[in-house]
Design a protein around this ligand. Structure first.
Ligand SMILES: *Cc1c(COP(=O)(O)O)cnc(C)c1O
Length: 385
């Protein structure tokens, strides 16, 4: 399906709302039935009906239709945050006694879910170096039901070979889930590479303006309906209609934002990669990166995130560099209009265990600013260290 069609036309029912170009926000919790028979039908088929907004709401449904189509999925289900989508997707594939294999360096709260939360309910998880698919195979046990991927990963931007991991999963009867937030549905289509469920934090590129949170799971109609009747309806982490509307507005400009972000990021990365004060840039689209060929094979383009390792091990120098940047906000998240940094040094406190990632690692997100404007800022900050 054409991306322009999906974003501008798919699911819009303008004749039902006075040909308004922007869809209405159906700000209602409840939908009435005219007869007992109609209400009975809705109760039996709530996944396909408008009955109660914790189930379906037309503004949210419009967003779900577009996100499913962008991923090439039969169906999608939206959540109030990315981690709610991650949690519902994982919960849908495990029960007490099951085991999950997941890649190292995933999103922090995904790791917390797998390492701290699910063990309380008898679900175990093993973290592997996902850059070698054989590590997934080696970690599989008779009770493994799920292989979990996040490619590229959140701070190191390591890739997993998606077709190789899904082939291993199929051979062992395991399901696969991938967190595709980093690539966006435009730059990577994991369902076509054999993955069962794709999740996104819509807070990032889909919203695109740092003003709304959301998440989504995309997959087969059967898998999504099963999640609807279980994790979705019982845990209730829904997306409100107003937030769905903001995400729809964000979607309208997704392709143009991604194109700009991708081109600017390559320019900023090229500048940093040759800078004598930068030890290494973690960005799979650099030809010198060990996973460059894999990136070319399974992704359509880079996104706006990468990390650098500064050529210093001194905490004060790292802090001086970060504090000297004025055109990059220091913050979590990414995917909005504004460029950001997230230094590992910020998660370092002397009275706590050292972070797993090196202290000289600084994660970047390149937003919609002029890349030269950003490079000037990097130059003056690097001059100081
Ligand atoms: C931000 C993020 C999440 C969580 O999304 P929220 O919308 O913040 O709940 C999950 N995965 C990745 C890769 C993320 O960057």
């Amino acid at each position: 399906m054409d991306i322009s069609y999906i974003i501008n036309e798919l699911g819009e029912e303008r004749e039902a709302y006075f040909q308004a170009v922007a869809p209405p926000i159906y700000q209602t919790s409840n939908f009435a039935s005219a007869t007992v028979a109609e209400m009975r039908h809705k109760l039996l088929h709530e996944e396909d009906e408008y009955m109660y907004t914790r189930g379906n709401n037309p503004t949210v449904t419009l967003l779900e239709k577009k996100l499913a189509a962008l991923e090439g999925a039969e169906h999608a289900i939206a959540f109030g945050s990315g981690i709610a989508a991650v949690a519902a997707a994982i919960l849908s594939q495990v029960k007490a006694g099951d085991h999950v294999v997941y890649t190292q360096h995933p999103y922090s709260w995904t790791k917390s879910l797998l390492r701290k939360f699910l063990p309380r309910f008898g679900v175990e998880a093993t973290m592997v170096d996902g850059t070698d698919p054989e590590n997934y195979r080696r970690a599989i046990r008779p009770n493994t039901t799920l292989l979990y991927l996040e490619s590229p990963t959140s701070f190191t931007f390591d890739l997993q070979d998606i077709p190789a991991v899904t082939a291993i999963a199929r051979a062992h009867g395991c399901a696969t889930i991938i967190d595709n937030s980093c690539a966006s549905p435009l730059h990577q289509r994991p369902l076509q590479l054999g993955v069962d469920l794709v999740v996104h934090s819509c807070t990032k590129y889909i919203g695109g303006h740092s003003d709304v949170m959301g998440g989504v799971i995309c997959g087969s109609r059967e898998a999504i309906n099963k999640i609807f009747k279980s994790e979705y309806m019982t845990l209730g982490a829904i997306l409100g209609p107003h937030d769905a509307w903001l995400l729809l507005r964000g979607l309208r400009t997704l392709p143009v934002r991604m194109e700009r972000v991708a081109a600017s990021t390559r320019q900023v990365v090229d500048y940093l990669a040759q800078h004598p004060k930068v030890e290494r840039v973690l960005f799979p689209f650099l030809p010198s990166h060990p996973q460059y060929a894999l990136a070319q094979k399974q992704m359509r383009s880079n996104s706006g995130q990468f990390s650098i390792l500064l050529k210093t091990k001194e905490l004060e120098q790292v802090e001086l560099f970060c504090n000297s940047l004025h055109r990059f906000l220091m913050a979590a998240s990414w995917g909005g209009h504004e460029s950001l940094i997230f230094p590992v040094a910020a998660s370092y406190a002397t009275d706590q265990p050292a972070p797993i990632l090196p202290l000289n690692l600084v994660r970047f997100y390149v937003g919609l600013e002029d890349p030269d404007y950003l490079i000037q800022d990097l130059e003056q900050a690097l001059d100081k260290v």
